[in-house]
Design a protein around this ligand. Structure first.
Ligand SMILES: Cc1cc2nc3c(=O)[nH]c(=O)nc-3n(C[C@H](O)[C@H](O)[C@H](O)COP(=O)(O)OP(=O)(O)OC[C@H]3O[C@@H](n4cnc5c(N)ncnc54)[C@H](O)[C@@H]3O)c2cc1C
Length: 399
């Protein structure tokens, strides 16, 4: 375990860092402006530059054409990418979790036609589990169904918050395919649906925390797809879902550390320069120093948890406790670090002259996506208590 950027990726780290700081952040406002006609062409231009400079899809496995970084090395790189929201798309990292999931089970056709173009950024694959009518924190509650009719799957149901669905060519749709006679966790299958399929509709855009961020509600009415569009095994949807979740949670945490670093930089610079009466700086106030202390300890603790979880993943462990703990801790950390950074900026903190207010709105979302806090807290508690019940212990320095 190393806590600072390892020498082996130092050059890459600097390159990504320069790309994000010098080319993405100066264009950030434009890139995030949903009404700007220029933003798409700027994004496309930056994507090409990232590809030409070997900075594309660095966290995707080499076997699918990605950079092949270990999770631990990727943690450092993705932290830098996380500093600016548009960087995730521009550097091609957005799809890593879905690609890892598809790669685990794809047949040759699915690999050539769905997976590899997604890695190359030629098309998008959305992931559709959550439903408006079902408590989807537990995906075994979902009600979208699929049945086999001859050589075709017929899909019926309604999903929402399918991120990217409006601009995706494919959707991985979690469907109930098995009956009550099958154990609960084996009743679901993942089915590939092309967005052009008859019966698939994007019903409405959802306005989320002040933005149209492409997380729409979608309906599936008698959508027919070939039998071969089943991803993995019939009844294996829940298991497959798990292969996506661990990388999704971990890569998000990495980016949140980067956002927290950016907020911390802004906060410290503001505290050091804002003058009060008679030229005294904010930095002379103990409450300001306390904000720095609290933010420092929370960011550092979250970083170490994320690095630890990444190392566990590299070792082939599921890291259930480590990933759930890191996900919940990092999401809460980001929210409180941003809250303090906004506070010390006063009125400047709540307007869009700094990136803080937008980051703050999005940070609130992170405590819900990929499993809400409560579900992860419950898992950590249950897993650790089970070890003690079985006569073992959670030795922090032994794991
Ligand atoms: C911006 C955004 C993007 C998203 N992108 C996607 C996507 O691309 N694909 C997709 O499928 N989904 C996506 N989601 C959905 C997200 O994963 C779900 O919202 C999340 O899993 C929670 O499901 P739910 O909303 O149905 O909440 P529910 O399951 O109804 O839970 C609501 C609340 O109940 C409490 N709760 C739930 N379970 C427990 C428990 N066991 N113990 C104690 N309390 C509990 C928690 O406070 C929880 O927040 C996205 C969501 C957002 C906000």
């Amino acid at each position: 375990m190393t806590y600072t950027v390892p020498e082996r990726i130092r050059q890459l780290y600097d390159q990504v860092s320069d790309f994000v700081e010098d080319r993405i952040i100066p264009q950030e406002k434009l890139l995030l402006d949903e009404t700007s006609p220029e933003s798409e062409s700027i994004r496309a231009q930056l994507m090409n530059e990232a590809k030409e400079e070997g900075l594309w899809a660095l966290g995707h496995p080499e076997s699918m054409g990605g950079g092949g970084l270990s999770w631990l090395d990727y943690a450092y790189i993705n932290e830098v990418i996380g500093r600016s929201d548009p960087a995730m798309n521009i550097l091609g990292t957005y799809s890593v979790q879905t690609c890892v999931m598809i790669d685990a089970v794809a047949d040759e056709w699915q690999r050539e036609n769905v997976l590899l173009p997604a890695v190359r950024g030629e098309h998008h694959v959305a992931f559709a589990v959550t439903e408006p009518g079902a408590a989807s924190s537990d995906p075994t509650n979902i009600t979208t169904t699929a049945y086999l009719d001859g050589d075709e799957w017929v899909v019926d149901g309604r999903k929402w918050y399918t991120s990217g669905a409006t601009t995706s060519e494919w959707l991985c749709v979690m469907c109930r395919t098995e009956g009550e006679d099958v154990p609960r966790h084996h009743r679901f299958s993942m089915i590939l649906v092309p967005s052009e399929a008859e019966g698939f509709h994007v019903e409405r855009d959802i306005f989320v925390m002040g933005t149209h961020s492409n997380h729409p509600e979608c309906s599936y009415r008698d959508v027919r797809v070939p039998k071969g569009y089943l991803l993995g095994k019939r009844g294996g949807g829940f298991e497959l879902f798990q292969t996506r979740l661990a990388p999704a949670r971990l890569t998000n945490c990495m980016r949140w550390i980067g956002q927290a670093q950016r907020a911390f930089d802004l906060m410290c610079n503001r505290i050091n320069t804002r003058e009060l009466r008679d030229g005294a700086l904010l930095a002379t106030k103990q409450l300001m120093q306390f904000y720095v202390y609290q933010s420092y300890t929370e960011i550092q603790a979250a970083r170490l948890m994320v690095l630890d979880a990444a190392e566990k993943m590299d070792q082939g462990s599921q890291g259930r406790v480590e990933i759930s703990a890191a996900k919940t801790y990092a999401a809460n950390m980001l929210q409180s670090v941003l809250d303090r950074a906004i506070q010390v900026h006063g009125a400047l903190g709540v307007c869009d002259d700094t990136p803080l207010e937008r980051m703050y709105r999005f940070a609130r979302i992170y405590r819900i996506v990929d499993g809400p806090d409560e579900v992860h807290i419950e898992r950590v508690g249950k897993e650790i208590l089970k070890i003690y019940r079985d006569g073992g212990r959670w030795g922090f320095s032994e794991r």
